[in-house]
Every structure is written in structure tokens, then in C-alpha cells.
Design a protein. Structure first.
Lengths: 142, 80
């Protein structure tokens, strides 16, 4: 089971909102060439805040994770403050950074070596999540 | 499964130990794990790191771990 499949199975809100989150995340990534415009930064917060099934801590965590992934050199203590503000302690902040970094590492291994993850039976889910073009690109790896 | 050639799961004693749990469970070694077989010591260390940080290893709970994993991978345009 992929991470996204696990998350979909354990999603608290409507499934539509899960796919909206994933499509929104994809769009954020595509807009991220170079410096992230302030508008996009607000767009990320708005996106996470609008998704049913995410509580205030989830939103703050995903906001932190998004900018750590997209613009790591621009992280600041203020972004950690936003995690403290929603009640997270230092151990939780630490673990958020570690989990995000761990998966960024695994992403680099997968992309660098052409690791084929999805099987044909998962095509429908993968296409819904990432779009036909990304699925076709992945299939060429296999 | 990868662009580079990979050794067999039982190519040496260390790899055989690292992949034994998958054989016992009757399922193939996951592709992302298999990709690290050229360096068994690195594979072992990465598996230990993953278990310490994710798969319930954090204080965040599995749901939040998977939420972060999915968003990081989505932002990186990475299927994994």
C-alpha cells in the first residue's frame, strides 16, 4: 500500500477533499520554480485550511512541511513559532522535520535510480492522484 | 524495477538477512528497498532510520506521518 493509499483509507473527511488536497499540492509544486511568490505562500495556507478532515495542527504541520520541501533555505524560526502556536511541543516539531526530511531523502533515491513503485492495478488511483502524464512517465521507468 | 542492475536478494549473507522477512511473508522486497541492495550496510542503516522516524516511530502518529509523506512526495512530483 502506498502512503497516499494509506492516507485515503484513514481520511477523516470526504474523499473529494482528499483528492482536492492532492491536486492542490501538485499545483503548488508546479508553481514553485524559483522563489515562491507570496501569493502562492498564502495559497498553500488557504488550500490546507480549506480541506475537510484537517485540524488546526494538521494545517500548521502541512504548511511547515510544504515550505521546508519547496524552499528549504528560507526556513525561519517564525515558521517553528506557528507550530508552537497550535500547541506542538519541541519533540513534535523535531519529528515533523525528521519525517519530512526522511521522505525527501527517499524521494531522491527513487527519482535518482528510477524506482518503479506503482503496479498496473493501481493505475486508476495513480492517475486520479497525479494525472495521466505523470503516470505515463512513471510507466516508462518500469 | 530500477535503471541500475541490482544483486539478487540472497546474493550474500548480509542481503539475505535483510530481505528474509519479506520472503517469510511471501511477498517481494519493496522496490524502494530493493533499490538500495548494492550497499547492504547502507540499506540496513536506511531501514533503521525509516523505522526510527516513520512507520509509527515518531510521536506524531501514523496518520500524520503518512500525511507528511504524501504531501512531501506530491510536492516533489514523486510517486514514492
Amino acid at each position: 500500500m502506498s502512503h497516499a493509499e494509506f492516507l485515503r483509507e484513514h481520511w477523516n473527511g470526504e474523499q473529494d477533499s482528499f483528492f482536492r488536497l492532492m491536486r492542490g499540492v501538485q499545483q503548488l509544486g508546479k508553481n514553485s520554480a524559483g522563489v515562491i511568490p507570496e501569493l502562492t505562500r498564502q495559497g498553500a495556507l488557504d488550500l490546507f485550511a480549506s480541506v475537510q478532515g484537517l485540524d488546526a495542527q494538521d494545517v500548521a504541520i502541512l504548511d511547515y512541511v510544504a515550505w521546508l520541501t519547496l524552499t528549504p533555505s528560507q526556513m525561519s524560526k517564525e515558521q517553528v513559532q506557528r507550530l508552537w502556536d497550535v500547541g506542538l511541543g519541541d519533540r513534535q516539531v523535531h519529528d515533523v522535520a525528521m519525517v519530512a526530511a526522511c521522505f525527501a531523502f527517499m524521494n531522491r533515491v527513487a527519482d535518482g535510480l528510477g524506482v518503479a513503485v506503482f503496479q498496473e492495478k493501481r493505475q486508476e488511483f495513480a492517475v486520479e492522484l497525479f494525472g495521466e502524464s505523470v503516470w505515463q512517465q512513471h510507466k516508462q521507468w518500469a | 524495477m530500477t535503471w541500475i542492475d541490482l544483486p539478487d536478494d540472497e546474493a550474500n549473507a548480509q542481503l539475505s538477512r535483510l530481505t528474509a522477512s519479506y520472503r517469510r511473508a511471501g511477498r517481494p522486497v519493496p522496490a524502494i528497498v530493493a533499490a538500495m541492495k548494492p550497499s547492504p550496510s547502507a540499506l540496513r542503516a536506511v531501514m533503521q532510520m525509516n523505522n526510527a522516524i516513520t512507520f509509527g516511530g515518531s510521536v506524531l502518529g501514523t496518520r500524520r506521518e503518512e500525511m507528511i509523506a504524501t504531501v512531501v512526495s506530491g510536492l516533489n512530483d514523486c510517486f514514492y
